[in-house]
Design a protein around this ligand. Sequence first.
Ligand code: SF4
Length: 273
Amino acid sequence: MASATDESALVESESAESGSAESDLAKPAGATRTEKIRRIKADVSHTALVRRARRMNRILAELYPDAHSELDFTSPLELLVATILSAQCTDKRVNQVTPILFSRYHTAADYASASREDVEKIIVSTGFFRAKTASLIGLGQALCERFGGEVPNRLRDLITLPGVGRKTANVVLGNAFGVPGITVDTHLSRLARRFGWTTADDPDKIEQEVGALFPRSEWTILSHRMIWHGRRVCHARRPACGACDLAGLCPAYGEGPIDPVIAARLVKPGPFS
Ligand code: SF4
């Protein structure tokens, strides 16, 4: 758990920066003094936010050294299909269904010419199976018609495919192609707001604001760590604040029980796949 000393250091560091900022104000040039004060305060608070966010990420890295996608896949196409199926469904359920699906459908052409009834029967337990079947068949057709049957490795191409939004595209880019991306799912959105990294509800805005706090190279693994923490500790209802290693740095500490014994009972150890 982050210590009170860490907290004080952060506060001291912010005060120190504020002090040096004030000295810069002695001779305002160009901008008015008020504008300059406003700009410097914004810079200082952004610097503090970045510093705190990166410290939280380091704690998450220690907590979840093995964080990874909990969907099973062996190729970009399989990951794309599994991610489409994971909408409104658990990864565990998707992983129960995909072995049968992947044993029957190997290529984009297989999906393009699939029997709707057959796919629906296989994926029915993932929910929204009619819409998901339509997406998978449409996906296969689009890949064959426009991308030579291959999954493209660019965001702007991926998001043109049926059933593929920025979230799915970033999952595929980050995990199948090694292209950094922030996966804004329900867990990452909730945690980013609780951490004070964003106040937005719009996924694109969340992606942009969280991304701005970290180097690109951290984006994919940060997404996994946040999703893992959201599933295990920082639940939507009753987050386990009293058992959370981020408590000393989290502005939302206290949103869930802070009693260590009660909180410990809320922690779900996983795995979720
Ligand atoms: S302190 Fe509570 S709200 Fe903050 S990350 Fe931990 S569990 Fe979530």
